[in-house]
Design a protein around this ligand. Structure first.
Ligand SMILES: NC(=O)c1ccc[n+]([C@@H]2O[C@H](COP(=O)([O-])OP(=O)(O)OC[C@H]3O[C@@H](n4cnc5c(N)ncnc54)[C@H](OP(=O)(O)O)[C@@H]3O)[C@@H](O)[C@H]2O)c1
Length: 306
């Protein structure tokens, strides 16, 4: 994003964790004039806004009530925003056993939250000429697997639109116990392919997927079983595998503000790591740069938007 004054940013899932810290860090930049906190719960958003005002000394936060797992709510939130936004940060996300339930749109909650609601939001802004400069989708190293942490790499037989659609509607796991960690990685993978597709359609804007990396100090692990929760909260930080909240959020702030990051690229940690410097993930998973797979992801997603 350019450093001209008067910039406006919209962040989904901005009342907690990484999204809230992205709001805090962006508000400390003089060029940022307004930040929309798009949150599903107004009370939690009001509390977060008060904390952000205290932390930054700025009263530039507007609340937009938006449940990204509900397309009607996304469209209503879009209509409630005045004018255009210079930057969009698509951060809201869930993981865990509850995330395999289907929404009213016939997609898994993990897909609805991490991707589908954001597709309707971003494409709505683009269709109305209301995205100024850059959109950042929050990705994850789970999209290409982390063998050291026993996170399986999502792999597909043909990566056809039909096959990707089985991830979206949950039928990929038909007849067997769903692996919600793998589902999360698959969903983030499809999201990164979709962003790369959009980058080709709109060369005048920037579309970047960035993983915050393994980040402590968030609510993300709260729905996991106790051993996994303890590992995420205590063991991984102690081993230096993960980093602190401000470091993870800083990666997304860079996605918004660093003009050297290339449109269409998915940036995350080096192979087998969830912290450290950002690298282009197509160096690890060349399929992320496959134009046909990107087209298939876009096609599969749009089967679920009416
Ligand atoms: N933490 C990590 O190590 C890590 C690693 C890789 C990627 N990520 C990604 O980073 C993003 C933020 O995660 P986090 O760690 O900050 O998690 P978090 O603390 O659980 O925060 C998630 C945020 O998303 C919001 N949200 C969830 N479902 C929503 C919905 N349907 N509509 C609107 N908002 C919704 C939550 O709101 P409520 O308070 O109302 O629930 C909360 O504000 C996610 O996309 C996650 O996949 C995190």
């Amino acid at each position: 994003m350019s450093t001209l004054p008067g910039k406006t940013v919209l962040i989904t899932g901005a009342n907690a964790g990484i999204g809230k810290d992205v709001a805090r860090q962006l508000a400390l930049r003089p060029e940022i004039a307004r930040i929309y906190l798009a949150c599903r719960n107004r009370d939690r958003a009001v509390t977060a806004r008060a904390e952000l005002e205290t932390a930054t000394g700025r009263s530039i936060f507007d609340i937009v009530v938006m449940d990204v797992a509900d397309l009607g709510s996304v469209r209503a939130g879009l209509a409630a925003i005045d004018g255009s936004v210079d930057a969009l940060v698509m951060n809201a996300g869930v993981i865990g056993p509850q995330s395999m339930k289907l929404t009213a749109d016939g997609v898994t909650t993990v897909f609805a939250t991490n991707v589908l609601g954001h597709v309707v939001l971003l494409e709505g802004l683009l269709a109305e000429g209301r995205l100024g400069e850059v959109a950042v989708l929050v990705g994850s190293e789970a999209a290409r697997g982390v063998p050291k942490l026993r996170m399986k790499r999502p792999s597909f037989v043909t990566t056809s639109a039909n096959e990707l659609a089985t991830v979206i509607d949950g039928s990929y796991f038909a007849g067997r116990k769903a692996d919600f960690n793998l589902a999360f990685g698959q969903v983030k993978y499809i999201g990164a392919l979709w962003m790369a597709y959009l980058a080709r359609q709109h060369p005048d804007r920037r579309f970047i997927t960035v993983s915050p990396g393994g980040t402590t100090g968030t609510q993300a692990a709260n729905d996991l079983k106790l051993p996994l929760r303890l590992a995420a909260k205590y063991v991984m930080p102690a081993l230096g595998i993960t980093h602190k909240l401000d470091v993870g959020a800083r990666r997304l702030v860079d996605g918004v503000t660093d003009p050297t990051l290339s449109s269409g690229v998915f940036y995350a940690s080096a192979a087998n790591k969830v912290n450290g410097p950002l690298v282009n993930q197509a160096e690890i998973s060349p399929d992320l740069a496959n134009l046909t797979f990107q087209d298939h992801a876009n096609e599969a997603i749009h089967r679920f938007i009416v």
